[in-house]
Design a protein around this ligand. Sequence first.
Ligand SMILES: C[S@@+](CC[C@H](N)C(=O)[O-])C[C@H]1O[C@@H](n2cnc3c(N)ncnc32)[C@H](O)[C@@H]1O
Length: 358
Amino acid sequence: MRVPVSFVGLRVSVVDNVSFDAILAALKAAAEETRLRILYLLARGEFSVSDLTDILGQSQPRISRHLRLLCEAGLVERRREGAWAFFRLAGGGGLPAPLRALVDALPQDDALLARDLERLAQVREERARAAGAWFARIAPEWDQLRSLHAPEAAVEQAIRDLVGPAPVRALLDLGAGTGRMLQLLAPQAQRLVGVDASPAMLQVARANLERAGVTRAELRQGDINALDVERGAFDLVVVHQVLHFLDDPGRALREAASALAPGGRLLAVDFATHEHEFLRTGHQHRRLGFDDAQMAAWFTAAGLEPRQSVRLPTDGPDAAKAGCAGSGGDGLTVVLWLARDPRVITDWSPDGQNSGVA
Ligand SMILES: C[S@@+](CC[C@H](N)C(=O)[O-])C[C@H]1O[C@@H](n2cnc3c(N)ncnc32)[C@H](O)[C@@H]1O
């Protein structure tokens, strides 16, 4: 593998509070082809062992051993989630500065790394295709499934309470599905945009919104990991029961944050952490819920201020079996997490016009 000349300059990087020994250990741990490739991939998101096995084309024991060494050197963090474990760069990407610079400086046009990125895109595409087929199959029944098994009314009331009664200028619903969130918030939103990857879901959403008399919603097919909407334009972005389907929810939250106008709010609604492995095998879930610390870390990494979280009580066991939105028994709990874009809107601007950003 070709090492970029710019690495020579790394000796001048002074590292805050990292000892010589720690840097040496970090460099030693990274100084192996597969481990450097793993660091390169983890700089692009969180991955499970099986993701890395698929991308790097190596056996699970080998990948696990490399990951263990990287974890022991403090470069990578492991988070257990049911039967899976997810790996990410330690401390929110906070590798010792020389190593971070090295990983960032690795040449994208290197044949091996380019192939890893290509394979990463393929793996993501295969997963998206499988999820898309599943959503196409369940689209006609989604509303029925949800209303049968979830305390929908309680979740929706909690959303209304958290959002509050003030008018919303522009609402963006990510993973809009059958359009329920757009319908719920339509009375107070001037502009409504829904994005979803599944044409089948969007087709049901169109019919639902038309039936509900919501005629001004713009529905767009798209990937919420790579949003094709105006940046900085929405004062409320909602991601309702979508994040657990994603490989890398933090990435989608960064995209969501980039769509927020100054002072705008992001509302993520999903399950609290749980142990229902069957939701992975039978319902395309990738993540078994989230905890407050994880969500706060993603919000912060996206440049947002975590504001509030609201937990909703569980009920009957059928909900967990159904794997539907809302909350259910067997420990499935719904949580609403609210964050805010910290930029302040003022009514003063130097050119004398209203509305500046402080
Ligand atoms: C469980 S449904 C929830 C729909 C809606 N938010 C609701 O609560 O009724 C999840 C939705 O997320 C969409 N989705 C999953 N991954 C996506 C992605 N990467 N980009 C856009 N939409 C996605 C699916 O197509 C599906 O419609």
